[in-house]
Ligand binder design. Structure first.
Ligand code: ATP
Ligand code: MG
Length: 498
């Protein structure tokens, strides 16, 4: 740990409201150079908002921020960036069509007279990469890069602008599990190089490993700030939720193996993506689909939903399923997609619509059935996920990231599906809410529904599934259940085809 930490930034009495919603109040905090400072808290606690106040995305409604002991007011991220404060965004904000070089250098090109000096700019960016030991092909198109590489481009862009403080908001939420350790090492190296780093995450193990200081937020209030060395997983959970959580995973009774399958998949294939996929799921069964990111798990799920074309046989309760998504939804399949922004939510539309939309026809079936009942059902579905929101008519984008994820769960569970496909259902969700999502999965299974669970968190797969299929390179390479279902066996199978 760097010993020469100095206070870079302070917040005193900082508050932020959005209309009637108080996102933060009375926050007093100091951020130091050469340190990793973690923010933890439940969904909607105010972590992202606090980060956004620091980097000029939002302006405080109350209180003061000082930088180098001088008060500052940022009206835009550009102004904060001028002073070296920058965020690596939760939803990455690069220009996908442009090259790595352009993305890092844009607005900072070297010039000769009035002209951009391409060679000097290249050399400058290359030197930056060398200095921080992060190499990415300068001419690669950013849209073709992996999530990890894109993150590196964002970090390099920040460093190229002399960043002094970098905010990471859930940087590992979208990372394949084998990329987490390298990212944490990178975060440490930034602190070692004297940067102040703010690190927001729901992964408590990451917080314990990477941070020097931790701040706990609850309902927009500052609970405590102190050295990470004094915290444990248990103290963090208690600080974040305000209660002691018991066993995280519910007991889910084993399915009746003699029962007829809810879903039967035979010889499912999509050229170049996956092949020879065959399996059954029985009523009450939670079947896991494990494997590395890119192994084909999500693609298989999308084909079962009917979102992508595929060859092969899909039967729902014994009957051949129709080909379209509409047929499959009508047949009782519900899906929580992997990417809430791309496939899942209409960000500008009300929460109510986002939850109810696929169900509206059904609800209003008899005599335009009544709006009151619709709203009651939606309210109940939202409450079951412990979603935190002010009004059902607020747009989805007014919710915190984890609460947006819960919209998708509420929508899927409300339709009373026979098969729920859940692709990373707890991504970005806090510990308490994770538990409520797990309980909902257990409730669905107990009522005879089938659940197909895709997750990159091995613990989650182990904690919830009766049986697990391991996918590697588009093929099912292993099936694990009962005593054979161990973390070790899972990892070995997942890496076997690579
Ligand atoms: N642009 C906005 N308009 C209205 N309300 C907002 C906006 N941004 C955040 N909020 C509200 O402020 C509160 C804090 O949200 P924030 O995004 O900071 O939470 P978070 O701690 O980052 O949660 P998560 O873990 O889910 O990402 C929430 O109640 C949220 O609904
Ligand atoms: Mg957030």
């Amino acid at each position: 740990m760097a010993s020469d930490a100095e206070t870079l930034l302070t917040l005193s009495g900082v508050g932020k409201s959005f209309g009637g919603t108080v996102a933060l109040q009375g926050i007093d905090l100091a951020v130091q150079t050469g340190r990793v400072h973690a923010f933890v808290g439940e969904n909607g606690a105010g972590k992202s908002t606090l980060g956004k106040l620091i980097v000029g995305v939002h302006e405080p409604s109350a209180g003061a921020i000082t930088l180098d002991n001088t008060p500052v007011h940022f009206a835009s991220p550009a102004q904060a960036l001028e002073r070296g404060l920058v965020a690596i965004s939760q939803e990455l904000s690069l220009m996908p069509q442009r090259s790595v070089l352009d993305n890092i250098a844009l607005g900072r090109e070297m010039t000769r007279g009035p002209f951009v000096d391409d060679r000097a700019t290249r050399a400058h960016v290359q030197a930056l990469m060398d200095r921080h030991d992060m190499q990415i092909a300068l001419d690669a198109r950013v849209g073709d890069l992996s999530v990890v590489e894109r993150q590196k481009v964002e970090i390099l862009r920040a460093l190229g602008r002399d960043a002094r403080l970098i905010v990471f908001d859930e940087p590992t939420a979208r990372l394949p599990s084998d990329q987490v350790a390298p990212l944490l090492a990178l975060v440490r190296s930034l602190a070692a190089a004297g940067k102040a780093v703010i690190y927001v995450s729901h992964f408590l193990d990451e917080i314990l490993e990477v941070s020097d200081t931790v701040t706990i937020l609850r309902n927009g209030e500052h609970i405590r700030t102190g050295p990470t060395a004094r915290e444990t997983r248990e103290t963090l959970v208690e600080g974040v939720t305000g209660r002691v959580l018991g066993d995280q995973y519910p007991d889910i009774a084993p399915p009746d193996r003699a029962a007829a399958p809810v879903l039967s998949v035979t010889g499912l294939a999509r050229r170049g993506v996956f092949s020879d996929v065959s399996f059954d799921i029985r009523p009450g069964e939670v079947l896991g689909l494990a494997g590395l990111v890119g192994s084909g798990r999500s693609e298989i799920a999308r084909a079962i939903l009917g979102a992508d074309p595929a060859e092969g046989d899909i039967r729902l309760n014994g009957a051949l399923a129709g080909a379209s998504i509409a047929d499959r939804l009508a047949g009782g399949i519900a899906m929580i997609p992997e990417s809430r922004r791309d496939d899942g939510l209409m960000m500008g539309r009300p929460i109510f619509e986002n939850v109810a939309l696929p169900h509206l026809r059904q609800l209003s079936g008899a005599l335009g059935l009544n709006r009151r009942q619709e709203r009651d059902e939606v309210t109940r579905a939202c409450a079951a996920t412990e979603m935190k929101y002010a009004a059902l008519d607020d747009p989805a984008e007014a919710l915190s990231g984890g609460n947006q994820q819960k919209i998708l769960f509420a929508r899927a569970a409300m339709g009373d599906p026979v098969l729920l496909i859940a692709d990373e259902p707890t991504r970005g969700v806090d510990v308490g809410a994770k538990q409520s999502i797990y309980n909902q999965i257990a409730t669905l299974a107990a009522s005879g529904k089938a659940v197909l669970l895709i997750s990159s968190e091995i613990e989650e797969i182990m904690g919830l599934c009766h049986r697990v299929l391991v996918v590697s390179r588009g093929r099912i390479v292993g099936e694990l259940a009962d005593t054979a279902l161990t973390e070790n066996a899972l990892m070995t199978a997942a890496f076997s085809g690579t």
